[in-house]
Ligand binder design. Structure first.
Ligand code: FAD
Length: 376
């Protein structure tokens, strides 16, 4: 099946940077590549997930059909999880030992919420990632509300970062719009929420949540989860109907028999050219990678912006040309959807909580999704 003269580029994971390659399949083909994408799921744009929860966006908004980009000669999309990469024979392996040979490899497999850190989470909570679990949460919650048999819900969100805060705001919006009584509790081990952002941003959101009667429990590290109950470090017990875990992200990993260099957490260490250390034909991007020049915030922002550099570097590699460096912006714009038509924009020290901020976010997200879809 291997074609003479063509470099087989295997893309592992339908993440943001690999999506950029998939969108540019014809350019890659012109430069001598044939392409195989391997991913158990299509591409999902998480940035709009909180808005889907509150019905600001329709169900599954942000799902991009990757197959349509690959409906061209010499390209294929294989739907499975990659388990292992063997750099000695340049092959990747599935769980059932199917193998695919590569000349070039691009790993963009994202991250997950670590369930094993809090005993009981695997059984009793919904993690926000992988996104399939989030959709499950969203569907079950909406179904419970629609059934109407329960009149009063308690929802606990664990994690005070950007994703946890967005989910909290949009869960509140969902109940508020439906006119169903709810107690929404955001629980975090930190002494504030959004701790990576300026204090002004933290205060604005705490103030908004207080007006909405959302309970924010600071300094409350969750140590155990039981059926419908969380237990914090101070032995406080809080009961819930639904609990969602948004407490940080760990990289998804592949078994590489210790040949690819990783951090302790398992992120693949990459150079400024996005190449894995010591393997110039293997690239890694997004949340599963560690950019050795400087630690990057795990975000769709970097995974998206690494895409064009990855494309250029793959093409340059085959031609023996100079590679391009990924130069992360010093300041990145963050836009959060807090539900009920309100957004928060954070850019350096500048913060704006307003309806206009959500319009800006909505514009950015829709433009991205439109650009990622196949043209009709
Ligand atoms: C609710 C929520 C809201 C967010 N909002 C924002 C935001 O507004 N702005 C922002 O910048 N960031 C945001 N983020 C963070 C952002 O979504 C992630 O940082 C981003 O998705 C990482 O992109 P990625 O390309 O590395 O991987 P992903 O987008 O996670 O894609 C990984 C892909 O790899 C596949 N995969 C996984 N394991 C394997 C395997 N073993 N073999 C093959 N394929 C595999 C997956 O199925 C998936 O297709 C948000 C996250 C969440 C959860």
């Amino acid at each position: 099946m291997q074609e003479i003269g063509k470099n087989h580029l295997v893309l592992v994971g339908a993440g943001h940077s690999n999506l950029h390659l998939v969108k540019n399949v014809s350019k890659l083909q012109k430069n001598g590549f044939r392409i195989t994408l391997i991913s158990p799921t299509d591409f999902y744009y998480n940035g709009v997930a909180p808005g889907v929860l509150s019905n600001f966006y329709p169900e599954r908004f942000g799902k991009i059909d990757v197959q349509c980009h690959l409906d061209v000669e010499d390209s294929q999309y294989l739907k499975f999880d990659v388990k292992k990469v063997n750099v000695k024979d340049n092959k990747i392996y599935s769980h059932d030992n199917q193998s695919v040979h590569f000349d070039y490899l691009s790993i963009n497999i994202g991250g997950s919420v670590p369930l094993e850190k809090i005993p009981g989470s695997e059984e009793f909570v919904f993690p926000i990632r992988p996104i399939s679990k989030f959709w499950e949460f969203s569907a079950k919650l909406k179904q419970s509300i629609e059934e109407g048999s329960k009149k009063d819900f308690t929802i606990i969100i664990i994690g005070g970062g950007a994703a946890g805060v967005e989910i909290t705001g949009n869960v509140w919006d969902l109940f508020n719009t439906k006119g169903v009584k709810s107690r929404i509790v955001l629980v975090t081990g930190g002494d504030s929420i959004l701790t990576q952002f300026p204090i002004a941003a933290q205060k604005k959101v705490l103030n908004l949540f207080s007006k909405r009667e959302i309970h924010v429990k600071l300094n409350s590290r969750v140590i155990k989860i039981q059926e419908n109950l969380i237990v914090t470090e101070s032995e406080e017990e809080l009961s819930f109907d639904y609990c969602i875990l948004a407490s940080g992200v760990i990289p998804n990993t592949l078994d590489s028999q210790n040949s690819l260099l990783t951090t302790k957490m398992g992120e693949l260490i990459v150079t400024s050219f996005l190449q894995c250390k010591n393997y110039s034909h293997i690239f890694a991007t997004g949340d599963c990678s560690y950019f050795e020049d400087q630690p990057l915030w795990k975000s769709g922002y970097h995974a998206i912006n690494q895409g064009p550099i990855l494309l250029k570097n793959l093409i340059a590699s085959t031609k023996g040309k100079k590679l391009h460096k990924y130069k992360p912006s010093k300041r990145i714009i963050t836009a959060l959807n807090l539900g009920d038509g309100i957004g928060l924009i954070i850019y350096g020290r500048f913060t704006l909580l307003s309806r206009f901020s959500l319009k800006v976010k909505d514009f950015i997200e829709k433009r991205y999704i439109k650009s990622a879809k196949c043209s009709e």
